[in-house]
Design a protein around this ligand. Structure first.
Ligand code: GDP
Ligand code: MG
Length: 456
């Protein structure tokens, strides 16, 4: 992204396409000059003015509402002019062309309005990120989470922990710098306890954040299992059409099939895979199994399908599938005990060995309702009061900050005050990086704001 922070920028902020209204935003020191040129005056701040939008020659291009925001009381914190014209893509482009023909005014980069809002302390970084999450939200839950993040839910948790770390650091600095002074220093036990309590808070936040990450991200469910268990039948059932070939012939599904479905407006990616026939000698089948393994490794959740008729009710899939025991410990699994029409078992959901097992039949449809309910309640919307929007970047930094606190905890056992202070300082910096404090590295900001659309 451009470093020219002082440029005045302009962009069409609404979707390009025919619509009722189209908005152009101009932000920066020359916005007032743009207002003079296009409207003939600088409108009273924060009032809606019905005006003519004219080109440099004084010819009217459009008529609409102009709103003038005087800095710092604007979205970007700069002087900002908003022109709400008719939603004609052509008229908007002509108007924008007029604006950027004024010297020192250029088209905004993607996300540059939000970046300026962040740089001018109008938003912290998690709040700025939540704007794009809000725009991209694919479910009501995600909208709620993004709004909460925008209101500062996540950053408030972080700020509380940062405050505790800072307070403790100040105390430690006083012990390090004035050990002999007659000041009442914290006891070693107290230091240890405070670090413990900070660590607990960080772990809780990380846990909450990871849950939110899963509930808000596009969840990928991989259907896996042995050949002929009914994986493709389940895939088709969830898709509500015959996308995958179903047959009695073992090894029918060779390639990975991937489709998106919507459940209560939340997008879920469903993946059908080849049966895990590890003894296969067939080269193509072997490639399919390798592909299946890659999908399993990157799943948010696995539906492991078992043929109730041929497979004994042995739900310890780690034992029947030792190749995957490591992955199965990491990715949550639900056992789909399929073909109950053949075994006369009843449709139900039970918990065996701490894992849910759903007995159903893709053939008769029995138990499918239970599966949907489970999917919604336990996988997609398990945290319905989903507090905030979490990104991979946040989770990584939280994890790193937590690791520094663990080091501080260890060092506190030996009263290594200097080392503890340093660990705390690093942890504090990492947490600050989440909310964007002390971020000076332009690439990070560029990465983040580049995912925005132009005009935002
Ligand atoms: N009786 C019965 N047969 C099923 C059921 N689900 C799948 N099948 C049959 O099992 C065979 C294998 O199904 P398929 O979905 O291709 O299994 P995959 O190899 O795991 O993908 C096919 O003949 C299906 O018709 C079920 O619930 N009941
Ligand atoms: Mg199949």
């Amino acid at each position: 992204m451009n470093n020219e922070k002082n440029d005045t920028i302009a962009a069409i902020s609404t979707n390009i396409g025919r619509s009722g209204i189209g908005i152009i935003r101009v932000s920066g020191a020359l916005s007032s000059y743009v207002a003079q040129k296009i409207l003939g005056n600088i409108p009273k701040a924060r009032y809606a003015h019905y005006s003519s939008f004219k080109n440099i020659k004084g010819i009217v291009i459009d008529k609409g509402i102009a709103i003038w925001f005087k800095k710092p009381n604007s979205f970007t914190g700069e002087d900002l002019l908003e022109l709400q014209g008719h939603g004609s893509p052509l008229a908007l482009k002509i108007l924008l062309k007029e604006i950027i023909s004024i010297p020192n005014i250029r088209i905004a980069q993607p996300g540059e309005f939000s970046k300026r809002a962040f740089l001018n302390n109008k938003l912290d970084l998690t709040q700025a990120e939540s704007i794009i999450d809000f725009i991209n939200a694919s479910s009501i839950q995600e909208i709620r989470a993004a709004v909460n993040s925008l209101q500062g839910f996540f950053s408030n948790f972080l700020k509380e922990i940062i405050h505790l770390i800072k307070k403790l650091r100040i105390n430690l600095e006083s012990i390090i710098n004035f050990p002999e002074e007659d000041i009442s220093h914290l006891s070693d036990q107290n230091i240890h306890n405070q670090i413990n309590s900070i660590h607990k808070k960080l772990i809780n936040l990380y846990k909450k954040a990871s849950e939110n990450h899963l509930t808000t991200a596009n969840t990928k469910i991989v259907i896996a299992g042995f050949p002929n268990a009914g994986k493709s039948s389940l895939f088709n059932t969830l898709l509500k059409y015959e996308a995958a070939i179903v047959s009695k012939i073992s090894g029918t599904t060779r390639d990975v099939l991937r489709e998106n479905i919507y459940i209560d407006e939340k997008q879920v990616s469903i993946v059908d895979t080849a049966g895990l026939n590890f003894l296969s000698k067939n080269e193509i089948e072997k490639i399919g199994i390798k592909k299946a393994c890659n999908e399993i490794k990157t799943a948010d959740h696995i539906f492991f399908v078992i043929d109730a008729y041929t497979t004994k009710p042995n739900y310890q899939i780690e034992k029947i599938c030792p190749e995957f025991s490591v992955i199965f410990n990491k990715v949550p699994i639900t056992i789909i005990h399929n073909k109950i029409d053949l075994t006369q078992e009843k449709e139900e959901i039970i918990k065996i060995n701490n894992r849910y097992v759903i007995r159903l039949s893709t053939y008769t449809g029995k138990g499918i309702k239970i599966l949907y309910q489970y999917l919604k309640k336990n996988i997609l919307f398990k945290n319905t009061n989903c507090n905030f929007f979490v990104r991979e970047r946040h989770l990584n930094l939280l994890k790193k900050a937590s690791n520094e606190i663990i080091k501080a905890k260890n060092n506190s056992q030996y009263n290594y005050y200097e080392l503890i202070a340093e660990d705390l300082r690093l942890s504090e910096n990492l947490l600050n990086e989440i909310i964007g404090k002390h971020i000076s590295r332009d690439e990070i900001l560029t990465d983040i704001f580049n995912s925005f659309c132009i005009g935002k």
